[in-house]
Design a protein around this ligand. Structure first.
Ligand code: BGC
Length: 719
């Protein structure tokens, strides 16, 4: 937790004084969160409960007026006048909706993530919300998993950088700043590794992968000061994360030194019963609390059982006191005891021009140009455009899942954006088909307008409820008859630019060759239309890069760039290789991939040394020249390979990235600093080592397009 030390000491003192006055029921009430979840809604504010001091926080009670009212009533009637915290899932915006976190990560720009979180926090704060359940920092390597949209992709280094930026944006420099909310790093840990990409399913992995891939983004979030952490729903190697002492005590508290509050996921404590680790709620509470859960999300099980468990000696009162102290400390640091209300005029900031400007800029920085044959994009002003597809006049689906209290009617559609840029008289619209139906009756009208146009823009993709929680898919192609619509339009021979809106990677094999250009927009939020129009018109030169691998087919999943070489890499030399008979082993689009309207040339890779020791670093520089016709941004990517290890090491691991703006014709020098410590990993015996030996540095435009390389040595490591 990041807090001013004086304030922290004062908060601890206050918490201790309160604890001395509280009875066991009142204490446990601080550990109970009430509110909207699949287990019930917020019809009432549970007056009976707060009168007995049984509510510590609310989930889903929002709005300045409402939170002030509930807080006022609660504080006047609850024992010791302890205020509640209002929590909400502010994931990519409260009202103004920013790109989904996955889409934001495509920007490879930590400022984008920080800024989106910061504006989201401002709007949430205005509505009385002081705690967000974000960022989700789960590594996701399986695009079937619907919640891939909520995180920052497949790579631990990139995800860590984004996690840090998000926490800084939400929480600020210390807990309790105006216009800031406390962050929650979730879901601890391995939730994204659910087998088969099926939400809530088990994660089964080596401790090495746990510590080298899944834990680092959480460490980054805690180092940035995240005040809270949410335990994951799933089981890790058989033991549910909600009652996993190894994860919650040994790793979270001891190894990572996390001193904030741990909350369960919604209903996850009682779900220990179907997990088959107990057969009644009381035992579930015993297991979860004793493993390290401080607050239960969703209702009464702690209120109903902890007092008795303490009585029976199954839970120590000292542990209850410690958990309550952590909660009260946060309430005091948030300033809730002194000033529990918010000013209602604050809500005027919703959808302000400044917030919309952040939404537009973050969206255009995050869109990825996957293909641009014959330079179809940008489209010249004056061109006659046929805009076709179910996402073209769509206000809700382009916002994505987990879109807070978004107001879809405020969305700028693709149609509005493009017509705004090119003139309404130049843009002809036909829906063509729905996102997911078998109805082809709109094809004829779509064909009709396509034939008369100079260029066709096809806005296709998923609906917002096809990704997000419990929205997993086993078929990653465009749903409904959209692929058929594309092939029909392609028969006209008109140049086509497809813009794909989706919460996850989409398999595009059957149609990608029939279009000239593809923009992968992800889900871009309130300012979608303007952001897309900026790119189509060349007002903004696309600079997004993928942060997760786009598979060629579902059968390749899981597929990620930092894989091992194996003993039989697929070199096409012998029959018995690590390959498929019916599909390539390469993805459709790799991690780090994305095009620009301009071209960049790399030269002059320089390493400050040829040899480093465990406590040293290497300075690396490279020149990047813009040799094309547009000013633009390039994402320079630094990968490393440990050439010989006691365990097989990944073929590439991202260790740095820089997004740089280069004017056409100009050259910039890009610099990286690589610390020896970033080469450490867990060996077979789970020792954290830097093995001496030779390493390869690779500078790439993507994880596949490596343009410069050199080698260096670690002389003295940690073994
Ligand atoms: C999700 C959490 C979320 C919570 C509260 C759960 O179903 O897994 O990520 O914070 O609901 O809405």
């Amino acid at each position: 937790m990041k807090a001013d030390i004086e304030k922290l000491n004062k908060a601890r003192k206050k918490a201790k004084e309160l604890l001395a006055k509280m009875n066991i029921n009142e204490k446990v009430g601080q550990l109970s969160q009430f509110g909207r979840s699949i287990y019930g809604g917020v019809e009432s504010y549970y007056e009976d409960h707060y009168k007995e001091g049984k509510i510590g926080s609310y989930l889903g009670v929002t709005g300045a007026n409402k939170t002030n009212m509930v807080q006022k009533n609660l504080m006047s009637e609850t024992p010791h006048n302890i205020p509640a915290i209002f929590a909400y899932d502010v994931i990519h915006g409260y009202k103004t909706t920013f790109p989904t976190p996955l889409t934001q990560s495509f920007s490879w720009d930590t400022n984008v993530v920080r800024e989106c979180a910061s504006v989201s926090a401002k709007e949430a704060y205005a509505a009385g919300v002081k705690w967000t359940f974000a960022p989700m920092v789960d590594i996701a390597r399986d695009p079937r998993w619907g919640r891939i949209m909520e995180g920052y992709g497949e790579d631990p280094y990139l995800c860590s950088e984004m996690a840090k930026a998000a926490v800084e944006g939400y929480q600020g420099d210390f807990i309790g700043q105006k216009d800031k909310v406390i962050a929650c790093a979730k879901h601890f840990v391995t939730y994204g590794a659910c087998i088969g990409g099926r939400d809530y399913n088990s994660a089964d992995m080596s401790l090495q992968t746990l510590h080298d891939v899944y834990i680092p983004p959480f460490k980054a979030a805690f180092d940035a000061g995240a005040a809270t952490c949410m335990a994951a729903f799933n089981d890790f190697n058989g033991v549910p994360c909600t009652c996993n002492k190894y994860l919650l005590k040994d790793v979270l508290r001891k190894q990572l030194g996390f001193d904030g509050v741990v909350i369960s996921d919604a209903g996850a404590v009682v779900e220990l019963i179907p997990h088959n680790v107990c057969d009644n709620v009381k035992d579930a509470v015993d297991l979860a609390f004793n493993a390290g859960i401080d607050i239960i999300m969703a209702f009464d099980p702690f209120n109903d059982n902890i007092p008795e468990l303490v009585e029976e000696g199954r839970i120590n009162i000292e542990d209850v006191d410690k958990a309550v102290e952590r909660v009260l400390v946060i309430k005091e640091l948030l300033g809730l005891f002194d000033d529990p209300f918010v000013e209602e005029e604050g809500e005027q900031c919703f959808f302000s021009p400044e917030h919309r400007a952040v939404a537009r800029d973050s969206a255009r920085r995050s869109v990825v140009l996957l293909k641009n044959e014959e330079k179809v994009l940008p489209i010249e002003k004056g061109a006659k455009i046929a805009l076709i597809g179910p996402l073209a006049e769509n206000k809700a689906d382009v916002l994505g899942s987990w879109a807070g209290l978004c107001e879809p009617e405020k969305t700028i559609t693709v149609m509005e954006g493009i017509a705004g840029a090119y003139g309404w008289e130049k843009v002809f619209y036909a829906k063509g088909c729905d996102i997911d139906s078998s109805d082809k009756s709109g094809f004829d009208e779509a064909l009709h307008i396509a034939k008369q146009a100079d260029v066709v823009i096809l806005a296709v993709g998923e609906s917002r409820d096809m990704s997000g929680e419990a929205c997993c898919r086993s078929d990653l192609r465009l749903p409904g008859v959209q692929e058929e619509l594309i092939s029909k339009i392609a028969e006209t021979g008109k140049p086509i630019c497809a813009i794909v809106f989706a919460g996850r990677p989409i398999v595009m094999e059957s149609w990608k060759d029939s279009v000239k250009s593809i923009l992968f927009a992800g889900q871009t939020g309130t300012e979608t239309g303007n952001a897309v129009a900026d790119i189509i018109s060349g007002e903004y030169n696309p600079s997004g890069r993928l942060t997760c691998t786009f598979p060629y087919s579902v059968g390749q999943i899981p597929i990620y760039y930092s894989a091992l070489n194996t003993g039989r890499p697929a070199l096409g030399k012998i029959r018995f290789e690590a390959k498929y008979m019916d599909a390539p082993i390469e993805p459709a689009y790799c991690f780090g991939y994305g095009l620009s309207y301009t071209e960049f040339e790399y030269s002059n890779l320089k390493l400050s040394k040829k040899e480093i020791n465990k406590d040293e670093f290497l300075d690396i520089s490279v020149n990047v020249k813009n040799i094309g016709e547009f000013d633009g941004e390039e994402v320079v990517q630094l990968y490393v390979r440990d050439l010989i290890g006691t365990s097989a090491r990944p073929m590439k691991e991202l260790k740095g990235f820089k997004k740089v703006f280069v004017k056409k014709g100009e050259t910039v020098k890009v610099e990286f600093r690589l610390h020896a410590l970033s080469l450490a990993f867990h060996n077979f015996d789970m020792e954290y080592v830097i093995e001496p030996g030779e390493f390869k540095i690779m500078i790439g435009k993507s994880s596949q397009d490596i343009v410069l390389e050199d080698n260096f040595y670690v002389k003295e490591g940690i073994i």
